[in-house]
Design a protein around this ligand. Structure first.
Ligand code: ADP
Ligand code: MG
Length: 298
């Protein structure tokens, strides 16, 4: 798979604030990436660095195959990292035509991209009459005018009402389905869960997890177990390679996994070791529980 962006050991300090700590990850063509983390975790700083508007302290990043300098590489990137700003008294179409003029893009693109974001019917309305959601959609259309390889969005649904949030998420999914790589920063788990295929979880500038969204959900499945003799059960469990950690609560053992283990295989293994269970449930954390666990104090 083609690599769009490689980030290696990126570090950023604002004076005494260590905003980004030794962050490394890769973005491959065609995937939808979420940078997920609470406020202040370094998401916007990371995006600012790769878009060349924030200076890094150390580390490196490389766009595409690294043969283009950042300035030229960024011509193949569409990004919205600030509140959308257009001329209030110009129409949607006029605003986008102006962007075309500046970036030397054919005017044909204006209607095409207004269509993508569902604003074609409102092309003659002045920007100042737009709702926040419409403004955000116009910003997305604007970022798409040059048919970028990758679209970068910082908290794309912040401040929007539920309908506006849904529209933006549907548009992002549509753009992704048409082959554009996407990188979005969000503090919302369900947003990442709904929209992204891959996730980088940040906490206080540090990466806690990178990988697929499915992976974060399945990675740490766990069992709830109970038998007549929990201490004997525990002894057997402790010898299983796939077991990461065992907690006991209310007479049940919570068995956290670091490798896949099916309930049937576990049950059989325990039975062979003379353990009869009277309770066995396999659970998978939602991304939300995972995230809360990852970002809780540790
Ligand atoms: P996020 O986007 O995840 O909310 P930021 O990247 O905006 O996080 O911020 C990360 C940390 O860096 C925070 O502690 C924030 O206060 C600090 N920070 C961000 N921008 C600046 C700046 N221009 N000057 C000083 N500190 C900053
Ligand atoms: Mg931010």
């Amino acid at each position: 798979m083609e690599t769009i962006l490689t980030i290696e050991n990126l570090d950023k300090r604002y004076g005494s604030v260590h905003a980004v700590k030794n962050v490394s990850f890769e973005i491959k063509k065609g995937n939808v990436y979420g940078i997920l983390g609470p406020n202040g975790s370094g998401k916007s700083t990371t995006l600012g660095i790769i878009l060349n508007v924030v200076n890094k302290t150390s580390g490196s990043y490389k766009w595409f195959d690294g043969k283009l300098d950042t300035h030229h590489a960024l011509k193949k990137v569409g990004a919205i990292i600030e509140r959308p700003n257009f001329y209030p008294y110009l129409t949607a179409e006029e605003n986008l035509k102006l962007v075309c003029k500046i970036k030397d893009i054919h005017y044909d693109k204006v209607k095409e991209k207004l269509e993508v974001v569902g604003l074609l019917e409102r092309k003659d309305s002045k920007f100042r009459t737009f709702s926040l959601g419409m403004k955000q959609r116009l910003a997305i259309a604007s970022a798409l005018l040059n048919d970028p390889e990758i679209l970068i969005l910082d908290e794309p649904t912040n401040g929007l009402d539920p309908q506006g949030i849904r529209q933006i998420r549907d548009i992002i999914k549509f753009i992704a389905a048409n082959g554009t790589t996407i990188l979005l920063a969000s503090h919302l788990l369900d947003e990442v869960e709904k929209v992204c295929s891959h996730v980088v979880v940040l906490r206080k500038g540090e990466i806690l997890y990178t990988g697929t969204v499915d992976g974060i959900i399945s990675n740490e499945g766990f069992f709830e177990l109970q038998s007549e003799n929990n201490s004997a059960l525990k002894l057997v469990l402790e010898k299983i390679d796939a077991v990461e950690k065992i907690d006991e609560e209310d007479g049940k053992l919570f068995v956290y996994l670091k490798a896949p283990l099916e309930a049937s295989a576990l049950n059989q293994h325990l039975f062979q070791n003379n353990i009869v269970l009277n309770h066995l449930v396999k659970r998978k954390h939602s991304l939300e529980e995972q995230f809360l666990q990852l970002t809780s104090n540790r």
